[in-house]
Write a protein that binds this ligand. Structure first.
Ligand SMILES: C[S@@+](CC[C@H](N)C(=O)[O-])C[C@H]1O[C@@H](n2cnc3c(N)ncnc32)[C@H](O)[C@@H]1O
Length: 258
């Protein structure tokens, strides 16, 4: 990853680590249940959770695997995930720091790799997926979830601007066809696919990234000025001038190594 992007990620997520551990939207949901159900059916012994954040996906998979490695670029995030997971009494999770584009693991080291709500931060998603393919054994499963890119260019530009103003480490979200192309190019075949909705409560969502009052005010003015069809595409709920929530669509994929 470019040094600039790695620094942006670490600056954003380091001071927000405990907020991610506490985030209800990360701790649970239909999205995590679906990934776990797909994972359980594959009976993986060795799991790698890439971009573990607060550690919720790693903890869930610790219940179905022999060992899990929780991996993240941001060391304070990894420490917060370790405290959280150890506090939950899961003995089979190890922790490792690094960048997804240089995974410090051998070829074929894992039966499954998970990566939830993170690829939109990667500078080079294709390179990340090639690394994930390398560390999967043949027949192993990549279980990924991320924000789904919007097909309409103006609507997509609107939500990308909203995301970047809230979190400068947001790169972009990809459409389903783009995901299919990345996975195929790396030698992974899509076996399961789903789209689920996730409601973002505005105060929680902006607060988790510690936006200043001024930056948040400017972001809210940007949302209010946007064309109605852009807000409608994400079901923005406003009470007068106050933004209450919006809804993201998340793509979930299971792709197996050929
Ligand atoms: C929203 S959090 C992930 C949430 C988590 N997977 C879950 O299920 O709750 C995004 C994480 O991606 C990590 N990250 C971003 N870019 C990365 C990279 N290039 N390599 C590894 N981790 C990265 C950040 O440090 C951050 O902890």
């Amino acid at each position: 990853m470019s040094e600039g992007q790695a620094r942006r990620v670490q600056e954003q997520f380091g001071p927000s680590a405990t907020a991610y551990v506490a985030s209800a939207g990360h701790a649970a949901g239909e999205d995590l249940d679906t990934l776990l159900a797909w994972g359980r059916a594959r009976r993986p012994a060795r799991v790698l959770d890439v971009a573990t954040g607060g550690g919720h996906t790693a903890l869930a998979f610790a219940g179905i695997a022999r060992t899990v490695v929780a991996f993240d670029l941001t060391e304070p995030m990894l420490r917060a995930a370790r405290d959280f997971i150890r506090g939950r009494g899961a003995p089979n999770v190890a922790f490792a720091a690094g960048d997804v584009v240089a995974l410090p693991f051998g070829d074929g080291a894992f039966d499954a790799v998970t990566c939830r709500i993170a690829p939109h931060h990667f500078a080079d998603v294709a390179a990340a997926i090639r690394q994930i393919h390398r560390v999967l054994r043949p027949g192993g499963s990549f279980l990924v979830q991320d924000i789904l890119g919007h097909d309409d260019p103006d609507t997509n530009a609107f939500i990308t601007e909203v995301e970047k103003r809230r979190d400068p480490s947001h790169v972009r979200a990809y459409r389903a066809a783009e995901w299919g192309a990345f996975l195929r190019a790396a030698g992974l075949t899509v076996m399961d696919e789903a789209v689920v909705r996730k409601v973002r409560v505005w105060d929680d969502w902006t607060g988790r990234m510690r936006m200043s009052a001024a930056a948040r005010g400017e972001l809210e003015a940007f949302v209010r000025r946007a064309p109605e069809r852009c807000r409608a595409a994400f079901d923005f709920k406003l009470a007068g001038e106050t933004i209450e929530s919006f809804t993201d669509r998340m793509i979930l994929l299971r792709a197996d190594r050929d």
